[in-house]
Write a protein that binds this ligand. Sequence first.
Ligand SMILES: NC(=O)c1ccc[n+]([C@@H]2O[C@H](COP(=O)([O-])OP(=O)(O)OC[C@H]3O[C@@H](n4cnc5c(N)ncnc54)[C@H](O)[C@@H]3O)[C@@H](O)[C@H]2O)c1
Length: 417
Amino acid sequence: MQSLNRSRTQSRANRSLSLGGMDFAEPKKKNNFVGKILLTAVLTALCILMLKQSPNFNTPSVFSHHEEGVTHLLVTGGAGYIGSHAALRLLKDSYRVTIVDNLSRGNLGAVKVLQELFPEPGRLQFIYADLGDAKAVNRIFSENAFDAVMHFAAVAYVGESTLDPLKYYHNITSNTLVVLEAMASHNVKTLIYSSTCATYGEPEKMPITEETPQIPINPYGKAKKMAEDIILDFHKNSNMAVMILRYFNVIGSDPEGRLGEAPRPELREHGRISGACFDAARGIISGLKVRGTDYKTADGTCIRDYIDVTDLVDAHVKALEKAKPGNVGIYNVGTGRGRSVKEFVEACKKATEVSIKVDFLERRPGDYAEVLADPTKILHELNWTARYTDLQESLKVAWRWQKSHLNGYGPVLVSSI
Ligand SMILES: NC(=O)c1ccc[n+]([C@@H]2O[C@H](COP(=O)([O-])OP(=O)(O)OC[C@H]3O[C@@H](n4cnc5c(N)ncnc54)[C@H](O)[C@@H]3O)[C@@H](O)[C@H]2O)c1
């Protein structure tokens, strides 16, 4: 945001300098002074005239004031995988949405899809900004009347977090503090926070309930846990409505094929199992490597809880609807059903109809045998339950998008798959 403004200011400054230089030579000092005043007056009058003719003059943006019956959501990270799906659902449900994203990981293409679907004024705006820039964030809050915030923006790869921990503490913990401070000083009363099962670390008892002790084992999980703690401490003396959602492994994409998951190619190596499965099916990687076949599970491979993104965004909407001033809700968002890596690979082969090569290797240090949500609390309190629980079907939907978007949100490439 700042750099755009700076370049505009600079070019204006350059123009006025060259005009002055041409018209007023050094020796005629007095004339020079009167002339400058005249020139300034003429330019000011011209500017006022131009501004008055501009359609935006005197008509503040609809995003800048609260409107009866309209809930305005700030969706941070709305150009990313989950944030864009959430924005789509919110827009469909008639919310007003402002997406703030620095596009470090997300895709402007996803925002364009949303803009084409909801072109009416006052529905969706996109603001390019970095949440680490507190001044920019404050300006956004002072220029927009938000009713609630869904804070998705984050770097979100466990492997990367172990290689570059400071990036994670800065981007997740410190940026959440910036968002929270802006909410507090601009009186925005509802926060839905994206957290993760990685905050639990390696619990001994499965399934994981919200009471399971949080002992994260990697910087990603620790940064999210710290962000949660900051939110909870702040909440003790505030009337904010807070919902913290701890997601398990997110898969799938929009069943109508409008959005998908398109991480940066350079992040593939840190990527998630569904991304690896599609890359293998496309031949981008030679096959899948299953690490560890001697865990104490039915087929020896790790067990995870996969939650479809459509169900996940539904949990956000329910959380938003049930958020109450002064209350905090903390919920696991998972299916409660574990799938082994072997099961996942088989589902992936069927969904893509590609016979993916699979190598079975030694365990990877740090992986734990089983991670499983107990979603009882969210069912009882928010009346939410996962509906898209057919793993193969979720992968099929996501594969359809992948196949027709070989270049992600970039220019269309012809498929040979
Ligand atoms: N994908 C999963 O399986 C999963 C699981 C648990 C929790 N989560 C959480 O869900 C949220 C969304 O994850 P995702 O999978 O959609 O990731 P993503 O990378 O697709 O989206 C994150 C978005 O945040 C934006 N962003 C990052 N840093 C920013 C900054 N400083 N300023 C502005 N924008 C910034 C990125 O550009 C991107 O668009 C994250 O908070 C993540 O920790 C994801």
